[in-house]
Design a protein around this ligand. Structure first.
Ligand SMILES: C[S@@+](CC[C@H](N)C(=O)[O-])C[C@H]1O[C@@H](n2cnc3c(N)ncnc32)[C@H](O)[C@@H]1O
Length: 227
């Protein structure tokens, strides 16, 4: 099928296709065909995660926003950087596994560096340790995308005193993954790697594509501060 459109029914079909892709590789490759229509489709789905993540970082960040360098992991087409820019942040580095998504991110002209990396198979570059004033991952912490273990890399890449913002859907399909993520975040807090700043639970995270759920599915913004 051709991926993407601007109606809710077609956007829903695209999301169901990506969820039902049989293998990890198929799911990942799907973004190549979706890239061009991604921004329109997620707008139809009332996808608010980039706005909610940017609001959370902005609420707590007290440094110089123009000088701060932020790492946007699984940056996709760049929706998160666009939201952060509205809050005065000016310097972004992006990582994504999919070249078609990265090409669109390149086009918005906000990222000083964009790197292709398939997280899970590859770690974040070691020389990024303690480098970023904030690290953000939106829309990619779910089964078949970015593995839970990657959050340790996100913490490593953050400067001491910097923030790590991680969103996760909390609908039925993602509950098992979210449970594993919550355990890892807590474990890392017990290890003294970071402290939890806020956990924002949002009922109307984005439109549901499943008949089993209501009109909206819920989601969570997790904000941590590296020690
Ligand atoms: C739903 S999009 C979210 C993009 C963007 N953060 C946003 O909120 O609009 C998920 C993105 O994660 C990327 N992605 C999924 N799994 C990945 C992995 N293991 N490593 C790197 N990128 C991955 C996809 O290529 C896609 O661009």
């Amino acid at each position: 099928m051709s991926a993407g459109s601007n109606t809710f029914e077609d956007a829903k079909a695209v999301v169901i296709s990506v969820q039902e892709s049989a293998t990890y590789r198929q799911k990942f490759d799907f973004y190549s065909s979706w890239a061009e229509n991604y921004d329109n489709d997620v707008a139809v789905l009332e996808y608010r995660a980039p706005t909610l993540a940017a609001n959370s970082i902005s609420k707590h960040f007290s440094g110089d926003r123009e000088k701060a360098v932020l790492l946007d992991v699984a940056c996709g087409t760049g929706l998160v950087a666009k939201q952060l820019k509205k809050h005065g942040f000016g310097r972004f580095v992006g990582v994504d596994g999919n070249e078609a998504m990265l090409e669109l991110a390149r086009g918005i002209g906000l990222y000083q560096e964009l790197k292709q990396s398939l997280l899970g198979d590859e770690p974040l570059p070691v020389h990024w340790a303690d480098s970023f004033d904030a690290v953000v991952i939106v829309g990619a912490l779910c089964r078949g995308s970015v593995p839970v273990a990657t959050v340790r890399d996100l913490c490593k890449a953050t400067k001491p005193g910097g923030y790590v913002c991680m969103t996760v859907r909390s609908n039925i399909d993602n509950l098992e993954y979210k449970g594993a993520l919550d355990r890892e975040l807590k474990q890392m807090e017990e290890e003294g790697l970071w402290i939890c700043v806020e956990v924002i639970e949002v009922k109307d995270w984005e439109r549901s594509v499943s008949e089993k759920e209501g009109r909206y599915i819920p989601g969570v913004v997790n904000l941590y501060k590296k020690i």
